[in-house]
Design a protein around this ligand. Structure first.
Ligand SMILES: CC(C)(COP(=O)(O)OP(=O)(O)OC[C@H]1O[C@@H](n2cnc3c(N)ncnc32)[C@H](O)[C@@H]1OP(=O)(O)O)[C@@H](O)C(=O)NCCC(=O)NCCS
Ligand SMILES: [Zn+2]
Length: 417
């Protein structure tokens, strides 16, 4: 199907002043650099609908509707994308010749996407996007949801990721100015990792456009990309597989409801007395151990966890005869309760770290962790504690394979594999 050329869309947007356009329909009031009005898209008593002349966008803090002039007119007048472009072109006295030959078919989707870094004032919007796209995908495909009802719980992703890697979140905006996708990435010494990727169910191609840009950046840096993708989600597996990612490992996601009183002392692994909280002095040993066991080097992440500026991280280490035999971090946050990242030399040290994290950090809650699928003894001991499988994940890497020995507990914050 014929698509509206990007230049035409840009020309139409450049020739339209969104304040004038919306001001013709709504009573706009100046508020500092922006304008305010009662939202036309949901019922409200006090105005939460804003128009920004500098960005040429509108945003409603009440219902979350957001977009540029094309998006406004589509929503306000229930027009298809081509009809909205045509209407604005007419209003701006652009030659109708230029826009008359688009099909009127509403399926002519507003592509391509504009890929740009996330702005600091868009965290709530990106949280809502992550919440909506993830819960929609799981509801439609697996008849369940991942996140609770509050979209703002997903602010954990922009908050933590932007503290760790400022500027490393890309968003995809469609031609109506709406955010339709987001993806976080983490440049490190040995590799880049790809954080959570989301695209709203109504968009096609946004995830691909984001991935293309991040693979281009990683290729320019000459480093491999790594991620952990859900094996229950073929859409994401295929997205990465098509882009050249190869599956290298399988993980079993396990959850356990930890009693308020802690883990049953009778189940305590032999080595728990060698487990202790990490300090900054452990940093070099942690970094070296992870590189030895999983082949990746990333001091920044471990420094960030031990500094714990957010008050949500706990890193435990286990001492062996010649230095550290393992470490395991965990996060306790309303939006994410997860053990990892961590590595350890063998089953006994891995179990001592897992049990200690569950007992010390997660009493009265139900955290998740990813155990190597082939770690039979470890997995069966976890079953014995009452753990259940809830998902499978695949480590997928692009450009360079990964050597590993020992146990790896990956995580999504930031992603490792
Ligand atoms: C996973 C997700 C980002 C994919 O978004 P999307 O809109 O389907 O992605 P795109 O349309 O940009 O690209 C998907 C690609 O995979 C392809 N694909 C999907 N299923 C496929 C299959 N079964 N076999 C082969 N290819 C397949 C598509 O054809 C497309 O490739 P193409 O452009 O070469 O045709 C989206 O569904 C989402 O946000 N899900 C919820 C959150 C989530 O699970 N995120 C991923 C893990 S963090
Ligand atoms: Zn609204």
């Amino acid at each position: 199907m014929q698509q509206i050329p990007q230049e035409t869309i840009e020309k139409v947007l450049a020739s339209t002043d969104i304040v004038r356009l919306i001001g013709a329909h709504l009573q706009l009031e100046r508020m500092g650099a922006a304008f305010k009005a009662k939202c036309p898209f949901h019922h409200e008593k006090t105005p939460s609908f804003t128009v920004s002349p500098t960005r040429q966008t509108f945003h409603c803090f009440g219902c979350g509707k957001h977009g540029n002039a094309i998006g406004f007119i589509m929503e306000y007048e229930s027009l298809s994308f081509p009809d909205a472009v045509r209407k604005l072109a007419a209003g701006a006295n652009l030659s109708m010749m230029e826009v008359s030959d688009f099909p009127t078919h509403p399926e002519t989707m507003p592509t391509p996407f504009h890929i740009r870094p996330l702005r600091p004032d868009e965290w709530d919007e990106v949280a809502a996007l992550i919440h909506h796209s993830t819960n929609s995908w799981y509801r439609i495909n697996l008849n369940r949801e991942i996140f609770g009802p509050d979209p703002l719980a997903c602010r954990v992703f922009p908050e933590i990721y932007e503290a760790l890697d400022p500027g490393c979140c890309l968003v995809a905006e469609d031609a109506t100015g709406k955010l339709v996708g987001s993806c976080f990435y983490h440049p490190r010494e040995t590799h880049w990792s790809l954080g959570i990727m989301n695209a709203i169910p109504e968009s096609r191609g946004a995830a691909n456009a984001l991935l293309r840009e991040i693979t281009r950046l990683a290729d320019d840096a000459g480093l491999p990309l790594r991620l952990v993708s859900s094996a229950c989600n073929l859409d994401s597996f295929s997205l990465y597989s098509k882009a050249g990612f190869v599956p290298v490992r399988i993980y079993q996601d396990m959850i356990l409801s930890v009693p308020e009183t802690g883990m049953d002392p009778a189940s305590a692994p032999a080595l728990i007395s060698s487990v202790r909280p990490a300090t900054m002095d452990d940093l070099p040993a942690i970094v070296a151990l992870e590189e030895e066991i999983s082949g990746i080097r990333r001091e920044k992440d471990h420094r960030f966890f031990i500094e714990n500026g957010q008050g949500v991280w706990t890193t435990l280490v286990i001492d062996g005869a010649d230095g550290l035999d393992g470490f395991l971090t965990s996060i306790a946050h309303p939006g994410s309760r997860m053990l990892g990242p961590g590595v350890s030399r063998d089953t006994a040290t891995a179990l001592a770290l897992l049990w200690s994290q569950l007992d010390r950090t997660h009493r009265g809650s139900t955290p998740v962790w990813l155990a190597p699928a082939d770690a039979t003894e470890l997995v069966h001991t976890c079953y014995g504690w009452g753990a259940k499988n809830c998902e499978l994940h695949l480590a997928q890497t692009r450009g360079g394979s990964q050597r590993h020995s020992g146990f790896i507990f990956p995580t999504f914050m930031p992603e490792t594999a």
